[in-house]
Design a protein around this ligand. Structure first.
Ligand SMILES: [Zn+2]
Length: 309
């Protein structure tokens, strides 16, 4: 067992594996119409995240080693990574070099022709899940065009992670960003598990209601949860955990940091903040060390069958 800086064993269920190709892709997409893509990304990162700078890595940097150094520094056993097509091969290499440290989730866009093939490939490559991003789609997650994806997810025994709510993506459509949309697929695929990122990123009420209405929907706590700024009432991280505990219990809350870029690296401040928040609501809403262990380590392992090194 690895003991983290906060004194418990930790698995971070939600982060992003950014390779040189990933960052290059961001800038290329932002550069359309003759605009300066780097400046655009820099502005967006400064106005929409807690990072001061957006930086372009050089071509031969080694994100796998950089992540392992970060995990070792803070004592985190394993980390779950969202993987795009452009970083897939490099990620497979990373998992071979450092077995038991990286969980993989394949980004799937159901509108892409190869969506089902990618899910199959994710299963064959030993990934743990797929990531859906309906806030950026032109269809809801219950659309019948998404169903072949769920069918394949079932065959490959993968976890479905979905980002609803607000997003840093520039082409978001919040009409498809309501987590209630997952109720239908969750009902139609009772043997699949669905994990909603960032407590619904603004649609917190809806996510809490799903705790009552479904049995196979989980909440991930990842990121700064700055969506709370856009609600018409005051919330704190502690209050979020208290509500989530009351509605779903410790079994349905999964810890994540949403770490992504370097030089920021592993967002230890988020681990510390969320751990303190959960500790502070013990013993009223969180009864034991086992509850804490479920949130910060065990739940994601149960959902994926992943075994950390
Ligand atoms: Zn994320």
């Amino acid at each position: 067992m690895v003991v983290s800086k906060i004194g418990i064993d930790v698995v971070d269920a939600h982060a992003h594996f950014m390779t040189y190709a990933t960052v290059k892709g961001f800038i290329e997409r932002a550069s359309q119409e003759g605009q300066d893509g780097f400046a655009k990304m820099q502005n967006r990162v400064q106005s929409h995240t807690d990072m001061k700078d957006f930086f372009i890595p050089d071509e031969n940097w080694d994100p796998a080693q950089m992540w392992i150094d970060e995990l070792d520094k803070y004592g985190v056993s394993a980390i779950g990574m969202m993987i795009g097509k452009e970083s897939w091969d490099e990620f497979n290499e990373a998992r071979k070099r450092f077995p038991g440290r990286f969980l993989g989730y394949a980004n799937i866009d159901p509108a892409a022709e190869d969506a089902v093939d990618l899910v199959k490939r994710a299963g064959k490559d030993g990934f743990q899940g797929i990531k859906l991003y309906p806030s950026s789609w032109k269809m809801p997650v219950y659309d019948e065009r998404v169903y072949p994806v769920y069918e394949e997810v079932r065959k490959q025994k993968l976890l479905v992670i979905a980002h609803f709510g607000i997003t840093i993506g520039t082409e978001a459509n919040l009409r498809f960003g309501n987590p209630l949309d997952i109720q239908k697929p969750a009902h139609d695929f009772p043997d699949l598990n669905f994990m909603i990122a960032h407590f619904g990123a603004g649609f917190f009420r809806e996510v809490l209601m799903l705790m009552y209405q479904t049995e196979n929907v989980y909440m991930d706590s990842s990121g700064s949860n700055s969506w709370m700024k856009f609600l018409p009432y005051d919330l704190t991280i502690t209050k979020i955990f208290e509500k989530a505990m009351k509605a779903g219990g410790p079994k349905r809350i999964v810890f994540g940091t949403d770490s992504s870029f370097f030089p920021r690296g592993f967002r230890y401040n988020i681990l510390e903040e969320q751990y303190n928040a959960v500790r502070s609501i013990c013993p009223q809403f969180c009864y034991s060390d086992d509850d804490i262990d479920m949130i910060f380590r065990k739940n994601i392992l149960d959902l994926t069958g992943f075994e950390p090194a």
